[in-house]
Design a protein around this ligand. Sequence first.
Ligand SMILES: C[S@@+](CC[C@H](N)C(=O)[O-])C[C@H]1O[C@@H](n2cnc3c(N)ncnc32)[C@H](O)[C@@H]1O
Length: 365
Amino acid sequence: METLTPEVESGSNPPAVDFEKVQDFAGRVLGDLAAAGAHALVYVGDQLGLFKALAEAPATAEQLAQKLDLDARYVREWASGLAAIGYFDYDPANGTFTLPAERAAVLADESSPAFMAAASSVIRTMYHSADEVAGIFKTGEGFGWHQHHQCLFRGTERFFRPGYHTFLVDDWLQQLPGVSEKLSEGGRVLDIGCGHGASTIILAQAFPNSSFVGVDYHQESIDAARKAAEEAGVSDRAEFLVGSAHTLPAGPFDLICYFDCLHDMGDPVGAAKAARGVLKADGSVLLVEPLAEDRLENNLNPLSAMFYAGSTFLCTPCSKSQEIGLALGAQAGPGRLTGVLESAGFSNVRVATRSMANLILEAKL
Ligand SMILES: C[S@@+](CC[C@H](N)C(=O)[O-])C[C@H]1O[C@@H](n2cnc3c(N)ncnc32)[C@H](O)[C@@H]1O
């Protein structure tokens, strides 16, 4: 029988493996696997309204299933998984699951700034496109935003909206001197890469005397934005156009915004130059980007890990699918973003503020 000869005998030293460290790391990866599985459960719970139902009152799986007209066996397995990972409390005495208010703010309440259940739709998209993305690792080709599964578009809107709702009007705009005052009196705003229009609609609700144009190259997103504006009662002052960030509607605009999208563009410098061409002489560009520092070694944390993953599947391929394909990535950081805006001819660029997940820059002529 063939035996494995220890390397020691052949004269070289075996690699020193600390099995305690292996065990520790395996335990950590097991936790991550459990979390990945839990996020598939979160996706289902979010789609079916299970979190909202459980947030109303503790319930057994059977009661929850009855409330939503679902199969009780599936609901029990689903709830058991989320209890096992610690998202739900479980009372064995009466078989009830509880979603305490603090966790409901994260999983059930879409108006809460902490709401994150919609992120599961984005993760789902990443798995859906994973084979295509693995393929473009070999070719270096791009993969456009519009090529992903459709759950990305609404998922992104629902994931980002709570942050915009919390910070945009009351915090970020307050860091741009004179802008809120101008919009209260009546100004013109352009929201480039607006997606489903969450940011445009929040602004239109806050400043009824101003007018708003949202532009995005993705037809389906623009259709959804128009519908959302009607439902929000702001379609008299918010219009949405299908178009590229390079061919903008006629200005001049008092405020031009990019919400979490400049890094997705192939030619962000060209796009910012186009914005400069339709900005009023005293107007402002508001650039909102995922929070990041300039150097990878300062981005080694869970928030950045999430953004780097999204950037690998979504943002970097989207940029590479367009002309120039600069591929800034979702963790570009203030230095590179400032460089992009300065290269486009803006002479006054500054980091206006930072919030939980975003970096906010202002650029003026
Ligand atoms: C991450 S999403 C952000 C959407 C929206 N601003 C939000 O915060 O919910 C990026 C958006 O940029 C749009 N986009 C990408 N490249 C574009 C381009 N060159 N011109 C116009 N829109 C573009 C995509 O269609 C997508 O809607």
